[in-house]
Design a protein around this ligand. Structure first.
Ligand code: IMP
Length: 454
């Protein structure tokens, strides 16, 4: 896919979700992969789910970058990722069973932190506790996590002394000695949450995780040097954000966020590559909004319109199967994410889902409880919960648009909708996705398939 806008196309590229996740990043990353040599994950873990459709084959990936489907790309799991070795090995096995090569084309940072089984236990136990009647007296404080152990694994990283890194799995004695201390502490913590009666067995865990380490050994690398070596050799890098900007631990709707820097600000720390190396940031947004789990969502449609979007857009979680909350596009939120991520362009996905609505609303501001208005996003759940969206109403369109060959052949109303997104965010909509197939995509206004053969 080649494009012709002003951002520096010779430098490295980042792809990042501008909303609360599930924006269809997988497909856009897949389209961009052919222009890049190395695809890098910098944050999150198996809480993410990327679905890529190639012909009749549908691949759901959680930890491995979708570039792996190409065979000739190097895929890197950076130091900022939290790796569940069991899930990663399952993913590797599943890809190999389907004939996909996973060898030296997969590199895993020795400094990435490991998600252990007790992290998943802790995640679930904490969510149960915070969502229970006991905690309800203070309000339901559960986040609605994916229960993949993400928060507890990052908490151990920040706590340092109780963390396990991928490199530690390669030294069985060292791993065992650490686990002896960690398991004692962790058993006590789990008991306090009322979920564990038998103590954690450090020896059994050490044996199992050292075995995982042996299987992963051929892939484990100093990914920071590997990336800098690749850059020096003139390779082009694509940084693939997992989760999304509004779930960023520092810049999202805290505390209803995930535990990593999912915005592009996570790239330098999560890979060891400075932000100045990135010339192009493609922000991905749906033509409407969705959210999984708890947290404020000003434009949510908890009604028939929301149900219609959910059914048309098949809005059910890739990772957990949960129905997603659906609503109108919140451009206050998207413009904020464009700013924080330094997006140089937008890919607007799932525009076809909006076909058939008589009118479509765009949120362009918020009314605060004191009656004043703002066009600034409020990255704080408690304060954001009190706002009422201010909408612009635009006419909808009835034609199905999946097979449009050119942006100029889209219904006038759809063209105006895209133009309004550009006006408000201040960046061009470079890519429009009209369906799950690679070919159902307009790049710089034209159908992707035409570009591939041009
Ligand atoms: P955690 O990342 O499992 O701790 O979940 C924290 C919040 O982020 C929950 O509301 C999840 O539903 C949400 N979340 C995490 N990863 C994703 C994602 O990839 N897509 C959408 N929501 C996500």
């Amino acid at each position: 896919m080649t494009t012709g806008h002003s951002a520096n196309r010779t430098a490295h590229t980042a792809v990042v979700g501008l909303q609360w996740g599930d924006e269809g990043k997988g497909k856009i990353v897949d389209l961009l992969t052919s222009e890049h040599d190395v695809i890098v994950r910098y944050n999150g873990g198996a809480n993410a789910g990327h679905t890529v459709q190639v012909g009749d084959e549908r691949y759901a990936l959680h930890l491995i970058p979708s570039g792996i489907l190409y065979g000739d790309k190097t895929c890197v799991i950076g130091n900022g990722v939290v790796v569940d070795p069991e899930k990663l090995l399952q993913e590797i096995d599943a890809l190999r069973t389907r004939g996909i090569r996973v060898g030296d084309n997969l590199r895993i940072s020795d400094r990435a932190h490991v998600v252990m089984p007790y992290h998943k236990e802790q995640d679930a136990a904490l969510e149960e506790y915070l969502g229970s009647k006991t905690a309800h007296a203070q309000g339901n404080l559960a986040i609605g996590t994916t229960r993949r152990g993400i928060g507890p694994a990052y908490a151990d990283k920040i706590r340092r002394s109780t963390a396990i890194r991928v490199g530690d799995l390669l030294d069985a004695d060292y791993l065992r000695s650490r686990l002896h201390v960690i398991c004692t502490l962790r058993t006590a913590e789990l008991e306090a949450l009322g979920v564990r009666t038998a103590p954690l067995d450090p020896d059994a865990l050490a044996t199992r995780y050292a075995e995982f380490g042996e299987r992963l050994r051929p892939h484990v690398d100093d990914s920071v040097y590997a990336l800098h070596d690749a850059m020096r050799a003139g390779k082009r890098i694509l940084f693939e954000g997992a989760n999304a900007s509004l779930l960023d631990i520092d810049h999202g709707t805290f505390p209803y966020v995930t535990s990593s820097n999912c915005s592009t600000l996570g790239i330098p720390s999560g890979t060891g590559v400075p932000g100045s190396a990135i010339g192009r940031v493609l922000g991905i947004m749906k033509a409407y909004s969705t959210r999984v789990g708890a947290g404020p969502f000003p434009t949510e449609l908890a009604n028939e319109l929301g149900n219609q979007i959910r059914e048309r857009g098949r809005e059910y979680g890739t990772t957990t199967g949960r129905p997603r909350r659906c609503g109108w596009l919140d451009l206050v939120a998207v413009r904020y994410s464009v700013m924080v991520c330094g997006a140089t362009g937008i890919a607007c996905t799932l525009l076809d889902v909006l076909s058939g609505f008589e009118e479509i609303k765009l949120c362009v501001g918020y009314r605060l409880p004191n009656g004043t208005t703002t066009d600034r996003f409020i990255p704080d759940a408690h304060r954001l919960e009190g706002v009422t969206p201010i909408y612009e109403t635009m006419p909808g369109w009835s034609a199905e648009i999946r097979d449009a060959s050119d942006r100029s052949t889209l219904p006038q109303a759809a063209q105006r909708y895209l133009a309004r997104i550009e006006e408000i965010t201040g960046v061009p909509v470079e890519v429009v996705s009209l369906g799950p197939e690679r070919t159902q995509t307009l790049v710089d206004g034209r159908r992707a398939v035409a570009l591939a053969t041009a």
